[in-house]
Design a protein around this ligand. Sequence first.
Ligand code: MG
Length: 391
Amino acid sequence: MAVNIKRISILGSTGSIGCNSLKVIENLKKKEYPIKVVSLTTNKNIDLLAKQIAEHSPNTVVIQDLNAYKKFVSDYYFPELEILQGESGLADIAGRNNYDLLLSALVGFSGLIPTINALKLGKNVALANKETLVIAGKLINDVSAKNNAVIYPIDSEHSAIFQCLLGESADSVSRLIITASGGPFRNKSLIEMKNASVEDALNHPNWSMGKKITIDSATMMNKGLEIIEAHWLFNLNADQLDVIIHPQSIIHSMVEFRDNSVKAQLGIPDMRIPIQFAITYPERIESEFCKMDFGKFNNLTFEEPDLKKFRCLKLAFDALNSGGTYPAVLNAANEIAVELFLNEKVNFLSISEIIEEQLNKHNNNLDFELDDVIEIDRSVKSELKKKYSLD
Ligand code: MG
């Protein structure tokens, strides 16, 4: 019997999700699941990329950063490997017909164009890059519907909801209950948050992730972006999307149905589980990842989020309710505000203030095209970089 090999291209393979994706692929190979890595990419972590090339033999790699690209070309030699550079390289490999699934683990706006290019070709996308749906969810849904392409969520909350919805009809859903850990500042005062160091904010209680998403978790903007992501993935209104703080991160999210029955998806916080399901759906393949031991997690608690403390979450709900280009402004301002905080140019509470100021002066465009959100992203970011002397 002929076996169909699933060919996968991984954008952002040296980041946290990318590395976990390659661990999933190693697990799948051990379980004789037929899979081939076609492309890998990095921003500038060329030493890790070289290790990944030796282990997974991709046909093509992309190195975004120009200096890192030059160093890679001079320091390493892999015969027959195609090496591309820059964001155009990402757009190029996503727009090729040599793979079956694009796994996008890029951070921020950089994931938008590659995802659109993949969907245009009718390629399915395993999406960890939530910002893409925040910026242009409507355009993404239009292009995937037009080309019969499917987005499989990797984000643990959205994977949980996706799994709870299997076998259910869309009109039976009353609301989604998206869980949040509350991050490192859940029990801190506003004054403590204002004085928080970069190190404090990067100290996430449950998940080990990249810097951008870890700061987003500390401000709870991550949950705000996830609310917008859920709106586009599952076609529900803002008033059907609830956030509940669940500090143990064992329940990854829940769906309430119109008969008030609630389904939850649980597991230890390990991104390899949702990543593997996004790759192998609808199959479930045996894994060597940690099993849930309920004896060790006998205290699952829940509390309402404090929107005064976590102003970013409120701003995200407002942006979703206003619609149009507000979410693109929210995202662009957030990306720069996080960078400013990481560079110790602003304090932790300034992140939400910077975003709110940009939202307040934005003239909304309800009927936008791709070029409009590209321009908004560029102009908001360049204004903020100039104002705070970043770069
Ligand atoms: Mg998440």
